[in-house]
Design a protein around this ligand. Structure first.
Ligand SMILES: *Cc1c(COP(=O)(O)O)cnc(C)c1O
Length: 723
């Protein structure tokens, strides 16, 4: 997008408050209470209407108000304290990584490539779990003091905004990102010049400009092809996330992998470990091979170096979910590239060649697995599946010996914990629980929290969620002139005192959002119970090209507006990180019904669990590791090995109804005289105690560091030392 004059805020900010700009332009603020509170204090209305976006708050606030604040001693104290906290945090000496690995700190940095980054709602460059995971990984890398940079795209139209039409059919809206309303700036080299590179994509030359986003101590570099000098069709290359056809996708991945390496070079950054987060960025391997070969190494030597320094994470247990390109298409873009690697065309194609059951093609995951010395899946189960799935790449090894390990996903707890829960943890667990979050002993103290207090914190968050759902419905009435049907479907009849089940995630069909509707009569009995009703709140987007996903959504929307569900089933439009925060903090039960074993990990249930929300989930992904019989419910059907999809769905639905009828609903409504559901609260505590320390990005990034990054660093340093 055009690098506009990019007005700084300095002309507007009173000198005394000039550093508000530094705070607003580092997403550090988003996971620190003190900084969030500061921007709330600046202007609470704008905090809400901008959906928590400090850059917009500072641009939109009337200058007189800033002058007032600059004279307000209480505000100045608050401001000073937050600045000190940020400065202390951004210095790295006291952090985990430099303390444990002082010898590696200077020698070696890590570059993390991903097609999506979910850092904050205001930067819509993520579509779902993969992006949120990247964002959380970067925040944690900052918290732990890892020498870390991220590389991705700045999509000008981002991921779409969702609106359902009166038939419940998803419409996609692509608002243009305004760079002045988001915390990004043109990336600059040390000499102050903006970074711009020109690279080859097939026969064409494409210019890329680069934006910089600060995520605490981590710099995230986002490339953007919408540059004056590019042809109109090339300017579209980075416009949308997963848009366009195969041809476009291949070109995007060339930009990400090959352009990404060139951008880091141009910035003078020399990572020694390269993390490929999902196959989209695997072409970086080729570019690094080329560099080594052009420095004089033989191809095989170059492969040895590249393998030593690469970590690859695969995320999909579905064979067809991995990117492939036909050899013809590859030929078109890479025929000039083979000679530069010093290998024949055939040898080049063999690097990615793989038969995924739909024919042989160039497969990005196969490429990444062959050329990465360190590979992993994202849960124990997914590790096993991946070893089996890719075994044919290592014909001489047994399945259990396939070199793919696992690191179970986690979530960045400070980003996803509700304020009311945070307050309880600070008081009863430890004032510095965030620093010590991965110590399981610490969480034993959860038993000391009075039941009533925990329950009240939960009901407070639940009310906040309800207020948000209602306000969205009201806005929908005003801005879209929504009809009563739509208002009904958006949740205005939900009762804050009754049980609420949440289901929110991408509408991919394997997630089976409509499983609960398999037996309508049985569901109606649950929904219409006179004293113990259940309510269900749905949210999520389907990929714009995924019609089966959209039909599922339509089915749910139609139930939500139907009198048969009596306003107790609702669909919240336009799911994103902002909506997710409210839902994972404010419902009572988090429902997850993937068709096992297709959920590689899942993370939304972790966010919920740590906020005291009970998981009701198929034993797949992370939940297969976390469930202990006391911290939530496992939907486990009696299953025949031979069951087809229909039978599996039927059996899982029956198991789900049975759990709701016999366990979930009775436990929720069983109250003491003071209104507290004692048995429920006991489960909440067990959920927090078991999930918090084990499924955080704190544990996850430490595991990546100890088992992947550091071994990779040691290998590459040794190799380069020998050279
Ligand atoms: C956490 C999160 C996800 C991931 O949800 P899963 O249930 O793990 O698939 C997707 N989208 C958003 C906005 C999230 O916050």
């Amino acid at each position: 997008m055009t690098v506009s004059p990019h007005p700084t805020l300095q002309d507007k900010l009173p000198p005394r408050l000039s550093r508000l700009e530094d705070l607003a332009y580092n997403f550090w603020w988003s996971w620190h209470r003190s900084a969030r509170d500061l921007f709330k204090t600046v202007n609470r209305t704008l905090w809400t209407t901008t959906r928590h976006n400090p850059v917009r708050i500072l641009r939109e606030i009337p200058p007189e108000q800033l002058e007032e604040l600059a004279k307000d001693p209480a505000f100045l104290r608050q401001y000073g304290a937050v600045l000190l906290e940020m400065e202390h945090d951004l210095r790295n000496g006291h952090l985990w990584y430099p303390q444990v690995y002082p010898e590696l700190c200077e020698a070696c940095s890590i570059a993390y490539f991903s097609a999506e980054f979910g850092v904050h709602t205001s930067l819509p460059i993520y579509s779902g779990g993969l992006g949120i995971l990247s964002g959380d990984h970067n925040k944690e890398a900052s918290d732990l003091g890892l020498p870390f940079v991220g590389v991705g795209f700045l999509y000008e139209q981002g991921y779409f905004r969702q609106r359902l039409d009166h038939n419940g059919w998803q419409e996609s809206i692509y608002p243009l990102l305004n760079p002045n309303e988001v915390a990004l700036r043109p990336a600059r080299r040390e000499d102050g010049d903006p970074v711009e590179i020109t690279m080859n994509v097939g026969e064409r030359q494409i210019q890329l400009q680069v934006w910089e986003v600060l995520v605490g101590r981590v710099h995230l570099y986002l490339m953007d092809a919408n540059v004056e000098g590019n042809a109109p069709w090339d300017r579209e290359l980075t416009a949308r996330l997963y848009g366009g056809d195969r041809e476009m996708r291949l070109q995007q991945e060339i930009l990400l992998g090959i352009g990404g390496v060139q951008i880091l070079r141009s910035l003078g950054i020399k990572p020694c470990v390269w993390h490929i987060n999902e196959g989209h960025s695997a072409f970086m391997l080729l570019e690094r091979l080329r560099e080594y070969v052009e420095q004089g190494l033989s191809f095989d030597e170059a492969v040895k170096h590249v393998r030593a320094g690469t970590v690859f994470t695969t995320h999909t247990p579905v064979p067809a979910g991995h990117d492939t390109f036909s050899f013809n298409r590859m030929e078109k873009y890479f025929h000039n590239y083979c000679p530069r690697l010093g290998i024949s065309r055939d040898k080049f194609m063999e690097l990615g060649s793989y038969d995924n059951g739909y024919g042989v093609a160039f497969n990005m995951t196969a490429l990444a697995l062959r050329l990465s010395g360190h590979s992993n899946g994202v849960s124990r189960l997914h590790g096993e599946i991946s070893r089996r799935m890719w075994q044919s790449l290592w014909p001489h090894k047994k399945e259990t010996e396939s070199p793919i390990g696992h690191v179970t996903n986690g979530v960045h707890l400070p980003s996803w914990t509700g304020e009311a829960m945070h307050r309880i943890y600070r008081h009863y667990i430890s004032p510095d629980w965030v620093e010590r979050q991965d110590n399981p002993l610490l969480w034993e103290r959860i038993d000391e929290v009075p039941d009533k207090l925990l329950w009240e914190a939960h009901t407070h968050l639940k009310r906040k969620m309800f207020a948000t759902v209602r306000e969205r419905a009201r806005q929908c009435r005003i801005t879209q002139e929504a009809l009563p049907d739509k208002l009904l479907a958006s949740g205005i009849f939900l009762d804050p005192d009754a049980l609420v089940i949440g289901f929110a995630r991408r509408f991919a069909t394997y997630k089976r959002a409509a499983l609960l509707f398999r037996d309508i009569e049985r569901l109606k009995r649950l929904v219409h119970h006179r004293y113990r009703p259940i309510q269900v709140l749905f949210a999520g987007k389907a990929h714009p090209a995924d019609d089966p996903g959209k039909r599922l959504m339509q089915e749910i929307y139609n139930w939500a507006r139907s009198p048969e569900m009596g306003g107790r089933v609702a669909f919240v439009e336009d799911y994103d990180m902002h909506v997710a925060r409210y839902l994972v903090q404010g419902v009572d039960v988090w429902l997850n019904t993937p068709r096992k074993p297709l959920e590689a990990s899942g993370t939304s249930g972790i966010k919920a669990a740590f906020n005291g929300i009970l998981n009701l989930s198929i034993l797949d992904g992370w939940w297969a590791e976390a469930y202990n019989g006391r911290n939530g419910w496992a939907i486990q059907a009696e299953q025949k090995e031979s069951a087809n999809e229909w039978e599996q769905d039927e059996a899982d639905a029956v198991a789900l109804y049975r759990l709701l009828e016999d366990e979930v609903v009775p436990l929720y409504y069983q109250r003491d005289r003071d209104g507290v559901p004692r048995g429920w609260v006991r489960m909440m505590k067990e959920s927090i105690r078991t999930v918090g320390p084990m499924f955080s990005t704190r544990r996850m990034v430490k595991e990546y560091t100890e088992n992947y990054y550091v071994p990779a660093m040691r290998e590459i340093l040794e190799l380069e030392g020998k050279k």
